[in-house]
Design a protein. Structure first.
Length: 439
């Protein structure tokens, strides 16, 4: 008998137009290898995913900036063609938020975890996450949300430059604007200028205290919280290489047991009553040794296949098993295993590891996506190089800034000045497609 119920197909939804999302390919392969019929609703024009032998059919995604009605219409058309209930798996934050909002409209065509529809949106919102961590007593960077350009500049000084700047809802940042979901800000003037682009970004700007990167500091946790609340199919991993360096996606990751990180993840999941797949990012503070939650992604992380155990269980398979009422298999963890994204870490992909490794793109039983990736990636890099020839110089640091210090914050020992800054959200250190370098 197959591990999964092959009578129940799966639909992967990705609204983000990133053609090089290797996590989508990982989900296609994980389910397809188990005999599940896999449909992908995503932009496939320049994606290696479309060439996988495990894709049953590619479907056009909703348009950029689609309304709830348009997303519902797209998914209903796919469901009508499949003609039986399917497991629906959002593969990016925009999809997870939309599916959470539309859960009532999408059932019974789709099988989904039972949880409050607003919860994925709440944890994915970087500003809301600060309050979530405070409620659950999870360490998180001190976070300020300015209401004006002057407050943005003041907040940068208050937190202590450099600081991390994030858009609270990064899935709303439009492509082609030069805006990034997360950047490190080195001057109050940079913070002021970013605030002026909030309308263009589509969400609020928030500033967080910065924690430098370092050896053994970046960690992640992947898991699936089933109907009983038990977390399965994942584990804790250490980010060995990132792209961009120190503040980007995991280019090389290693399955490394970390009881502290696991305990934080399970405590947060239980506190929220969260059900479904989750991908958490942590950074360890070099001074205190505490792990701070930086991001909560309510969907599979791109490197989720790192955590396939000896029975082949990963978070995507755990979801399918749970929603089809099948018990998970008895498997053992495989610590030491590595995951490598070849286009970001090509030399690491050539080095064998003691615990075994999995490549993001190449697979012996599905070689076409790996071959397609290199040709498409070469064109992508060429376009990027051409686009950067006309770059602009960074903004200069202002001569001075005067703010009121926030009592109890990590920089509260600095001299206070009589300027006014009203933090909308604050979480102190006593309470964690781009990841922040913050504390």
């Amino acid at each position: 008998m197959s591990l999964l119920d092959v009578r129940v197909p799966a639909v992967l939804l990705r609204i983000d137009r990133n053609p090089f999302h290797h996590g989508t390919l990982g989900a296609v392969r994980s389910l397809g290898r188990a005999g599940v019929e896999v449909h992908v609703v995503a932009d496939s024009a320049a994606s290696p995913v479309r060439s996988s032998r495990f894709v049953c059919r590619m479907h056009p995604p909703p348009p950029v900036g689609a309304s709830a009605a348009e997303i519902t219409g797209t998914l209903r058309r796919v469901a009508a063609g499949i003609a039986r209930p399917a497991v629906l798996i959002p593969m990016d934050d925009a999809s997870a938020v939309a599916v959470g909002r539309l859960r009532d409209e999408l059932t019974p065509s789709y099988l989904l975890p039972h949880q409050p529809g607003a919860l994925p949106e709440r944890v994915a919102d970087k500003a809301e996450l600060a309050a979530v961590c405070a409620d659950a007593d999870i360490p998180h960077p001190e976070t300020l949300i300015p209401d004006s350009p002057a407050q943005a500049a003041a907040a940068a000084w208050q937190l202590g430059l450099p600081v991390v700047a994030k858009w609270s809802r990064p899935w709303l940042v439009p492509a082609g604007t030069g805006l990034r979901s997360t950047v490190v800000v080195h001057s109050a003037q940079e913070a002021r200028e970013l605030f002026l682009r909030a309308e263009e970004a589509g969400s609020r700007l928030l500033l967080q205290a910065f924690l430098p990167a370092g050896h053994d500091r970046d960690w992640f946790f992947h898991g699936y919280a089933d109907r009983s609340g038990a977390v399965r199919g994942g584990g804790t991993g250490r980010k060995q290489r990132a792209w961009p360096r120190t503040a980007g996606l995991t280019a090389v990751g290693r399955w490394t047991p970390n009881p502290q990180v696991r305990a934080l993840a399970e405590r947060l999941t239980a506190s929220l009553g969260y059900r479904g797949i989750l991908d958490l990012d942590f950074r360890r503070c070099g001074t205190t040794g505490r792990y701070h939650l930086l991001d909560f992604n309510p969907r599979p992380g791109a490197q989720f296949r790192l955590f396939a155990d000896t029975a082949g269980l990963d978070v995507v398979r755990a979801l399918h098993l749970d929603l089809t009422h099948r018990p998970p298999p008895d498997g053992s963890p495989r610590p030491g295993r590595t995951f490598v994204v070849e286009n970001y870490a090509p030399f690491s992909a050539l080095r064998p590891t003691l615990g075994g490794s999995e490549l993001a793109w190449h697979a012996p039983d599905d070689p076409a996506p790996g071959r397609a990736m290199w040709g498409l990636w070469a064109l992508h890099v060429l376009r990027k190089m051409r686009g950067r020839l006309g770059g602009t110089a960074p903004a200069a640091r202002p001569a001075a800034a005067r703010v009121v210090r926030q009592a109890g914050g990590p920089h509260a020992d600095r001299a206070a000045e009589p300027a006014e800054l009203t933090p909308v959200t604050k979480v102190t250190e006593s309470s964690d497609d781009e990841k922040a370098s913050s504390c």
